[in-house]
Design a binder for this molecule. Structure first.
Ligand code: ADP
Ligand code: SF4
Length: 688
């Protein structure tokens, strides 16, 4: 039963003509599926509704073909042809009593229109402002264009209502919506009644909201998602201007939804943004309006949610990532099952799906976006197919996930771990600067397994192939991890580089085991994700002088996908680290290294005392190879299957390991797909 101190989170709250059953408000979020994988998106939202959210929004739905943000894949609300798919999503959300919301947008100066080939529109003639700096500018809208834009919105409102939505949200945050482009003095340089004063810059917002009320306000709540601060200094749309705007329009929308002005700041990783990071910017806004307020902050702590509501900061607890990591967050609070909450770790792997146009992954919730195509569920597993027993070797994220999920299926599971601590790489990495939240990957699974009578954990148990053959279990899952390489091999060098044995060479495994270099260290990053930057920070804090070398053009280049690359590069520079980009390590000498410019091939020497190589990893798959070599004797030992997965199969980020563990358990004793495709997919329909 729920603890009475959380009762307030379950109050119904009115939003214009509709009422949300509680204060859990899943704000719009991308998922890499959008219009292309509408079935996957629909099922994902249905599972969130089952998990108890009071309000569930779709991702952004563009209102017109001149708002096309290709290559990013969101939803479209361009014409009546879009209504059936949008209606299925609304129906799925309604199935468990949640309010269905749709986020509508014209992306303005954020839409390069690469697919539709329409000429982009914006308040003023500026280059398209996207992540990819496409070579195209927007034309300035004249009054006719503004009239058209309003008509397009009106038509989109009608379609949203026809599709069954209870709420519409006008997207004017993160730099992605035309209302924000009109509000900001940076993107709105007009001299007519739509530019200049705040009164003028907010005219379009007033007009579109009034149009929405007029079209659908009798049945649907009209909400707006506004930038808390554009984060562009005094020349941008500031938090002070936002406060003036809300005060001027206190009664205008049915709800105010506040998010940060740019996405990088709004959805910061846990390394750079703590839970409730936007509290200062949002505090006091509620006093300016009688209408309900929603805000976000990667909230996973119910006590923090209660505090923000009780202190009058928020009416609704907005969440995107916490709802991805745990679609059942509200139900778990309602049922007094706080221990079962699967907390978001703030890694932003989910966001990379948007950047890579692939169905998103979540490190904590492997079923995210697999609800439809694989039939996975965040809380349930298909019951076991037999009474055979499962031995999982290695308790890193892959092994822990496999043991937990096989346990949920009802199998008798033994989990053997060589060390005394569970968690593998997440335990080690969580002790590094800024990565403490990584431990949640371990803590959730360890906590769940501890409650399962059918899962037994053996610590301090390094198993050999002979041990496993004698163990007496039918299914063997090997999740023995990987080791960082010490020979320079990664992406730039596919073969080992010359290394003089006199130079102390370290790998991340050494650093995490507490073996630290002395003096001036060259950190070589050919991994391009977060670890080299974190290690460089640790070394500076350890008193080392650090030179950072990477063949990429940026520090931690892949972290652009997780939105924190700019913060990582700033951190490295602020720490006084000497950064050499577009430089590969070509040789490690006795007292210096050679670096080579990746463009010109020009070489130069850097004198140093030690080198830290953050390069590729080698799978620790010796156990698997030993067992494979003994395959002839499996039958005699009663072994049906031996599988290797996670980093021991192919090293990758943590999300890949948790996914691999989930997949191992889900596919155990299941027949392989008849056509060889391991999931359902949407096939294109040919039109003539
Ligand atoms: P992954 O990311 O694939 O889960 P990790 O490196 O995080 O991989 O975890 C692998 C775990 O497997 C480590 O905790 C390691 O101690 C454990 N391990 C490796 N070899 C054995 C073994 N032979 N017996 C038991 N545990 C092992
Ligand atoms: Fe949170 Fe990471 Fe999952 Fe995204 S991928 S929801 S940031 S745990």
């Amino acid at each position: 039963m729920r603890d009475a101190r959380y009762d307030i989170l379950f109050d119904p709250v009115k939003i214009g003509p509709v009422t949300a059953k509680n204060r859990f408000y899943q704000v719009p979020h991308c998922n890499g599926g959008g219009y292309r994988d509408a079935s996957a998106v629909t099922e994902m939202r249905r599972v969130k509704a089952e998990g108890g959210w009071g309000v569930i929004f779709t991702e952004q739905a563009d209102v017109h073909p001149s708002s096309d943000i290709t290559p990013y894949i969101e939803l479209r609300n361009w014409s009546d042809a879009d209504i059936p798919a949008l209606a299925k999503m609304a129906d799925a959300i309604h199935e468990y009593g949640a309010l269905a919301g749709i986020e509508l947008v014209h992306a303005g100066v954020n839409s390069p229109n690469l697919y539709t080939k329409e000429v982009p529109l914006a308040p003023s003639p500026l280059p398209i402002l996207t992540f990819t700096s496409d070579p195209v500018q927007a034309r300035a809208m004249d009054k006719d264009d503004i009239r058209q834009l309003r008509l397009w919105h009106r038509a989109a409102f009608r379609r949203a209502r026809a599709a069954g939505y209870d709420l519409i949200c006008l997207y004017a945050a993160h730099g992605f919506g035309i209302i924000q482009h009109f509000l900001s003095p940076r993107t709105n340089q007009r001299s007519d009644e739509y530019g200049g004063s705040l009164e003028n810059r907010s005219r379009l917002m007033r007009e579109i909201i009034s149009d929405a009320r007029d079209e659908i306000g009798d049945r649907c709540g009209v909400t707006i998602r506004l930038a808390l601060d554009e984060m562009a200094g005094p020349s941008g749309f500031t938090n002070a201007e936002l406060r003036d705007l809300v005060a001027m329009h206190a009664d205008l929308p049915d709800l105010w939804d506040f998010a940060h002005g740019n996405w990088e700041n709004c959805s910061g990783t846990s390394r750079f943004k703590p839970e409730a990071a936007q509290e200062d910017l949002i505090t006091g806004l509620k006093k300016l309006t009688p209408k309900p307020v929603v805000g976000v902050g990667r909230f996973t702590s119910p006590d923090l949610m209660v505090r923000q509501v009780k202190q009058g900061i928020l009416d609704f607890v907005g969440a995107a990532r916490p709802s991805i990591a745990d679609p059942f967050l509200p139900r778990k609070i309602e049922e007094g099952r706080l221990d079962d909450i699967r907390e978001c770790i703030g890694c932003n792997i989910c966001i990379t799906g948007d950047f890579t146009q692939s169905l998103s992954r979540c490190t904590q919730n492997s079923s995210f976006m697999e609800e439809w195509r694989k039939g996975w569920h965040p809380e349930r597993m298909k019951p076991r197919s037999s009474e055979k027993k499962v031995l999982i070797v290695g308790a890193g994220p892959a092994g822990l996930s496999a043991a937990h999920r096989a346990g949920l299926r009802g199998y008798e599971v033994a989990l053997a771990e060589a060390g005394t601590e569970l968690g593998g790489r997440v335990s080690r990495e969580s002790k590094l600067p800024g990565l403490s939240a990584w431990a949640r990957v371990r803590d959730y699974r360890q906590g769940q397994i501890a409650k399962m009578a059918n899962v037994t954990v053996y610590r301090d148990s390094r198993l050999s192939a002979a041990d496993i053959l004698e163990f007496g279990f039918e299914h063997i899952g090997l999740a023995t991890g990987a080791t960082w390489r010490r020979d320079g091999v990664a992406r730039y060098h596919l073969l080992p580089i010359p290394i003089d044995n006199a130079m102390p060479v370290f790998t991340p495994d050494d650093i995490m085991a507490g073996r630290l270099p002395a003096g001036h260290v060259v950190v070589y990053d050919d991994d391009h994700y977060y670890l080299a930057g974190v290690m460089a920070e640790l070394l500076v804090r350890n008193g080392n002088r650090v030179t950072f070398l990477t063949p990429a053009d940026k520090v931690s280049d892949w972290s652009t996908m997780t939105l924190d690359q700019p913060f990582i590069q700033a951190r490295v520079l602020e720490l006084g680290i000497d950064v050499h980009v577009a430089r590969a390590l070509s040789r490690i000498g006795a007292s210096s290294v050679s670096e080579v410019c990746t463009y010109t091939g020009r070489e130069c020497e850097i004198a140093c005392d030690a080198v830290l190589l953050v390069t590729a990893r080698l799978p620790d798959d010796e156990l698997y190879r030993d067992l494979k070599a003994a395959e002839d004797s499996w039958l005699d030992h009663g072994i049906d299957s031996v599988r290797v997965f996670g980093d021991a199969q192919a090293p990758a980020a943590i999300a890949w390991a948790t996914y691999a563990g989930h997949r191992y358990a889900a596919e155990l004793e299941e027949p392989p797909p008849e056509d060889g495709v391991p999931f359902k997919r949407v096939l294109a329909v040919m039109e003539t």
